[in-house]
Every structure is written in C-alpha cells, then in structure tokens.
Design a protein around this ligand. Structure first.
Ligand code: AMO
Length: 438
C-alpha cells in the first residue's frame, strides 16, 4: 500500500484505505477510546481505536512508547473532534522501531530543554517542527543565493579545504597532519578566489565551510561555518562588490517573504523588505554614531561587538534601517590585510567594507590590490616575504585583472533574520571550542 504524507490526507477521502508512517508523538487511553498522534515531517494525524470495536488494536496502540516509528494502515473517517477534520481508524499498526524510555528530551513538552541538551540530542531536537523549520529556511536562503548569483553571471566553484597557508591570520588556523607535512583547514577561500581571477573565470562564487580555531566562546562564533564567497573581475570600485553582497541579502529576504510564508509565519518573524540601496556609512561616521549610543572608540580601533551593536542601534533610531555598509576602513586598522586595496586619493583609507545587519557584521570584503608592486610593498610593510607566497603571488605576475570580493557568513545572516539568540541554533551540528560531537 502506498505511503501517504500526513498533509496529503483530506476529510473527503472518507472510507479510503491508506498507509501513514511516522513517529508516535503521543498515545492516550480515554475510557473506551485509545488514540495516538502520528507525526511526519509535514504534520500530524490522529489514529483512533474504539475499544469495543477492536480491543486488541487498542492494546497495541497503548503499548507503544512515545517517539517509536510506526506504520499504520487504516481508513480515513471524518471527525469534527480533530483539528484536521478526520481521523484514521487502523486495521494494522506495525512498530518499525520501538523507542526506549525515558527519552533523553521531549519533543512536544511545554518546558524547553537547555541548548546543550538539545544539541547533544540533535536528532530528537530536529523532530520539533519549529527547529526543523530553521533548516528549511536555511535551504531556501541557499537556493535564492545560488539563483541570484547565477543570474548575475557568477559560476559556482569548489576550492580546497586542506591548504598550505591561511588567509585570515595564524591564530585561528587549525593544523592538520598532511602525510607528515603541516597543512591547515581553510579559513577562507580568498586566496583561491583571487587565483581564479587570474585564471579568467571573471565571476565566481563558492558556498562551503570555513574553519576558524576561535578561542572565544560567543553566541556569534563557530569553529566551522558556511561562507558564501564571491570574487569578481574588471571592477572600477568597491561599490560594485557591495552591490552583489546587497543583492544576496535582499534576494534572500525577498524570496523568504514571497515564497516561504508558512515558514516565516511559523518562525513568528516580521520580515521587512529592506530599502535599496543599503546605506553606506564611512568608518569615521560609524564611530560617531556608535558614540551617540554610548560606545566611544578611537579612530583606527576595531568597532568590536559593542561598537557594532551601538552602531546598529543608532542606525535603527536615526533611519529605521536594518542593513548598512561600513565603508572606508582605515589602513591602520586593516594593516594585517595586506591584500586590501587602499584608496588612491586617501592612502590612509582602504576600499574595504563590512555589511552589518541590526548590529552584527555579516559580510566583509573589498577591492583587492592587483598591482604586484603595490601588493609586494604592502606585504613588506607587514613583514611578510612575497617570495614565500608561492601560488598566490605568482598569479599577479602574468596578468591579473582588477578585482574584489567578500565572504558572507550564512549563519550570521540567518541568526539575525530569525532573531535567534545563539548562532548554534542555525547550524545542524555546531563546532565550537567544546563541541566536536555529534
Ligand atoms: P571574515 O573573516 O570577516 O572575512 O569572514 C567573512 C564573514 O564570515 C563570517 N564569519 C563567521 N561566522 C561564524 N563564525 C565565525 N567564527 C566567523 N568568522 C567569520 C562573518 C564574516 O563577516 N577573506 C575574507 C573574505 C573576503 O574578503 O573575501 C574573510 O574571510 O559573517
């Protein structure tokens, strides 16, 4: 008999014999009636047995533990006592997999479990519809991002995740024993993305994990996160790069608002389409705005979490906007970022930018220095030896187009769209300083 999804069944199928499969969410024995709620990914249905009519079946149902996987064959019967207007009267209930008791955590309990307990038992946590919805949401964002970038002429690429050198500073590199040699897990595909510009691919994107040995334990840092990386050639300004970062964020919100109403409603969020183009706030002005919300920083200092939050508040208070770029980061602040192009008219400022969403950085990038003499000079300022940069520097020797790009943190974005307190909520199996399993 054909398996049916719970959401496929309707009251007007009265009398039809069907099969449903799922988890027994709960079962009750109420006097003369035993009933169970069967749940699959799409919803729930009620199975009802009148003891007088089928005492054996009533006993079977009552003897199955919560969250066991069952297969039920039965007839659809209209009922105005159930939320969906029908119930299933079973002729056969087969237990495919009996759940042990007690459960490590509840699925429908009113009192929620701690995040750690939930993550330790993620397979049960994900049985909660609200939690599973987060990952449907994530899949939709990935879908809209691919659609948008392809429509803008980008091709999707895959670069190695086992690498010989980092792109984002030594302190957050994970070391790997690579056949007796030192290797690292890629912190960012940036060096490869740039290499592909020399290769002539012109517009590339990659959606892949990035690894950071983040020592700090915060609600917005993971040791493994999904980075949406973009690199594009023949640009004249960093604004062209910002346009694409903005396009990803906008198209994701637009797609969710237009096509995912059920998910948005269930998540209980108020999705507002952002005004375009997103506001661009030069770093100097961003400092003043953060100061207006009580966080005072010196020119050249990193905004940091507190500065970002204060700026987010100021932007909402003054303009009512949630997405905004911080532009013109000072050269002094981006010193370690040897590949960042500096502004021709103001070498004390770079072409680097962040995109922040309600007080949290979600994207970082800019225009790269493609002129090899300038790049080598910037490396030397950082006490780096250009000759030790192997494949990276070679790509600049034989024809490198002007180019730029960015990394867009998928989980950072999702955490903010869904307004969740911890980034671990939006990744199936988070990796952090303490967590390696599951
Ligand atoms: P950056 O290091 O700023 O830039 O990273 C880009 C974006 O990735 C996200 N992100 C993180 N998300 C979760 N946990 C982390 N530990 C974490 N670290 C970063 C943020 C951030 O804005 N090479 C550049 C990109 C480029 O210029 O192409 C880079 O990786 O959302």
């Amino acid at each position: 008999m054909r398996h049916m999804r719970t959401d496929e069944i309707r009251p007007d199928q009265e009398g039809d014999e069907i099969r449903i499969d799922g988890w027994l969410q709960e079962s009750r024995n109420l006097g003369g009636i035993a009933f169970g709620i069967i749940r699959d990914r799409f919803g729930t249905v009620q199975v009802t047995v009148k003891k007088k009519e089928n005492p054996e079946m009533a006993d079977i149902l009552a003897g199955i533990s919560r969250e066991s996987v069952v297969s039920v064959i039965g007839k659809v019967k209209r009922s105005d006592k159930t939320p969906r207007g029908f119930e299933i009267v079973p002729s056969e209930i087969r237990v495919e997999s009996m759940a042990e008791t007690p459960l490590p955590m509840g699925v429908v309990d009113k009192v929620g479990a701690e995040l750690d307990t939930r993550l330790n038992n993620r397979f049960i946590d994900l049985r909660k519809r609200r939690v599973a919805r987060i990952f449907e949401f994530k899949a939709e964002v990935l879908h809209s991002t691919r659609q948008y970038l392809r429509s803008e002429g980008f091709i999707e690429v895959n670069t190695p995740k086992i690498v010989a050198a980092g792109a984002e500073g030594g302190s957050t590199l994970f070391k790997v024993d690579y056949f007796g040699r030192n290797a690292y897990l890629a912190q960012s595909p940036q060096l490869y993305k740039q290499n592909l510009m020399a290769a002539g691919l012109e517009r590339v994107f990659e959606i892949a994990p990035a690894f950071r040995a983040e020592a700090s334990d915060t609600v917005r840092h993971l040791a493994e996160f999904m980075s949406i990386d973009v690199e594009m050639s023949f640009i004249n300004s960093s604004e062209e790069v910002m346009d694409i970062a903005e396009g990803i964020a906008f198209s994701a919100v637009d797609h969710l608002a237009k096509n995912c109403k059920a998910i948005v409603d269930e998540a209980g969020i108020d999705l507002k389409l952002p005004k375009r183009p997103f506001r661009k706030i030069p770093y100097g002005e961003a400092l003043e705005m953060a100061a207006s919300e009580g966080v005072k920083l010196e020119f050249g200092e990193d905004l940091g979490t507190e500065g970002e939050k204060a700026l987010g508040k100021a932007v909402i208070n003054q303009y009512g906007e949630e997405f905004y770029f911080i532009t013109d980061f000072p050269t002094e602040l981006k010193k370690g970022t040897f590949y960042a192009m500096r502004r021709d008219d103001r070498p004390d400022l770079t072409t680097y930018f962040d995109l922040d969403y309600r007080g949290q950085e979600i994207v970082s990038g800019g225009r790269r220095e493609h002129r090899i003499e300038k790049l080598a000079a910037q490396m030397k300022e950082n006490n780096l030896d250009p000759t030790s940069f192997g494949f990276y520097i070679d790509a600049f020797k034989y024809g490198m187009p002007p180019h730029g790009g960015f990394g867009f943190g998928l989980e950072r974005f999702l955490q903010k769209v869904l307004d969740l307190p911890n980034i671990r909520e939006v990744i199936l199996y988070p990796r952090d300083r303490l967590r390696l399993s599951p």
